[in-house]
Design a protein around this ligand. Structure first.
Ligand SMILES: Cc1cc2nc3c(=O)[nH]c(=O)nc-3n(C[C@H](O)[C@H](O)[C@H](O)COP(=O)(O)OP(=O)(O)OC[C@H]3O[C@@H](n4cnc5c(N)ncnc54)[C@H](O)[C@@H]3O)c2cc1C
Length: 403
């Protein structure tokens, strides 16, 4: 067992840390206040080779391992959640799924430009009336010759208004839709440029305000049958696979957020004085700081274990869900305490901790809510849930030749 980062991990850490400080931090407060997605973020990440970080070199990616993806997420979210969300969506939810389920044509046409950062991928599962309850989605995809006609509305989609390609989940079997049988859902690669696709941004969010979250409307969109990902009726399983990769990035990112809360609290508690001493000398303030340090440590160990499992090519649904649940829980607590440590100043955006608090809340909702992760862990413990082998898994790292 080795708890040390390799030279490669350290170089990814340095790259992403410097990238976030130079490219995300300077305009962050203004962008967060204005709900503005920085137009230079995606080209900047592409130029720094971050958008293809753990995708094979064969497709133009950087060929790093899955732990590198976690390291990058930690560093980006240390500065702001909006930057980490890009990796969650573009790599976690979309590109790793194309890598695992895509055929040669789809990898060449869609994965390659995404790995090179020329195109941005996103993930459209949630709808206005269905989030946790995936079989509650209403979107349909009806076969007509060598095309499918897609209709539906997707809501709360990260990067909806800026991405080029979407993974869309829709019912191909209307009988199964009526029976709520998930084997009637299929996945499609939909391009923004397809006629009938429109998108917009959601305004007035609590957090991730410097990020783009939006909606996708599909009106009689003709999607070539060759853009179906996986097999007919495999969409639910693919959606769960996507979410598992997304959860991994959220777990690692939330660990970075805990570290940001800890560092800000340590700094402030050294300088702010009350009752003739630094507030950091009061035992109850120390308690909050100790909790952040502990939460950071075990959140990191959990995502590292999930990352290690990925490198082995093992399915890690349970480990990843646990890492996501715990890291998000600890990030919410750390952010609430970081505001507390800052007293009234924590309540204004003069200090970043109020942003951490707003951003931490979102992660307990997306990529499977806190309650869904809790239920999953309970079901594993009670023996009610066991992971079956999948038709596709993430390829192990180092990537085999035939990936
Ligand atoms: C910032 C942001 C970005 C997002 N990005 C994306 C994206 O890129 N793509 C995408 O497809 N979606 C995205 N989402 C949507 C997100 O995945 C959903 O919000 C999430 O799945 C929860 O669904 P919901 O909001 O419909 O809540 P609901 O499912 O309606 O749940 C409401 C509440 O009920 C609880 N609940 C529901 N069912 C149960 C149950 N069986 N047992 C116990 N409690 C339950 C939930 O935990 C929650 O507390 C994003 C959301 C946010 C906020």
């Amino acid at each position: 067992m080795n708890f040390e980062f390799s030279e490669d991990h350290l170089s990814v850490q340095k790259l992403c840390r410097e990238f976030a400080i130079k490219n995300v931090a300077p305009d962050l407060r203004e962008n967060d206040r204005a709900h503005k997605f920085a137009s230079g973020l995606l080209p900047g990440m592409a130029k720094a080779d971050i958008l293809g970080l753990c995708l094979p070199e064969k497709y133009g990616g950087a060929g790093m391992d899955y732990i590198s993806l976690g390291v990058a997420c930690e560093e980006l979210e240390y500065v702001d959640t909006s930057a980490r969300v890009v990796l969650s969506v573009h790599i976690g939810l979309n590109s790793l799924t194309l890598l695992s389920y895509g055929n040669d044509f789809q990898k060449e046409k869609y994965l390659k430009p995404q790995a090179q950062g020329e195109k941005i991928g996103s993930f459209g599962l949630t709808e206005p009336d269905a989030g946790s309850d995936v079989v509650g989605i209403r979107s349909t995809a009806i076969r007509k010759g060598n095309k499918y006609i897609l209709n539906g509305e997707k809501m709360w989609i990260s990067l909806a208004h800026v991405a080029d390609n979407f993974l869309i989940f829709a019912w191909t079997d209307l009988e199964k839709k009526n029976q709520r049988d998930h084997r009637g859902i299929t996945t499609f690669i939909v391009e923004r440029s397809f006629p009938g696709v429109t998108t917009g941004s959601i305004e007035g969010k609590l957090g991730v305000r410097a990020g783009n979250t939006g909606w996708i409307s599909l009106q009689d969109v003709e999607v070539p049958a060759e853009n179906m990902l996986g097999q007919v009726g495999e969409g639910f399983g693919i959606a769960m696979f996507c979410l598992e990769q997304g959860r991994y990035t959220v777990a690692a990112g939330s660990t970075g957020l805990i570290r940001a809360c800890l560092d800000a609290s340590v700094l402030y508690s050294r300088t702010r004085k009350s009752f003739g001493m630094s507030i950091g000398e009061h035992q109850l303030v120390k308690q909050m700081i100790a909790n952040m340090a502990a939460g950071h440590e075990y959140s990191r160990l959990l995502w590292l274990k999930a990352g290690w499992q990925r490198n082995q090519g093992n399915r890690s649904t349970r480990e990843t869900s646990l890492a996501k649940w715990i890291a998000c829980r600890e990030a919410e607590k750390a952010a609430a305490d970081a505001v507390q440590v800052h007293g009234a100043y924590g309540f204004s955006d003069e200090y970043p901790v109020e942003r951490y608090y707003r951003n931490a809340k979102g992660a307990s909702i997306y990529e499977g809510t806190r309650e869904i992760q809790t239920l999953m862990q309970a079901d594993y413990a009670l023996g009610l849930r066991k992971d079956k082998p999948r038709r596709c898994n993430l390829p192990p790292w180092p990537f085999p030749e035939n990936v």
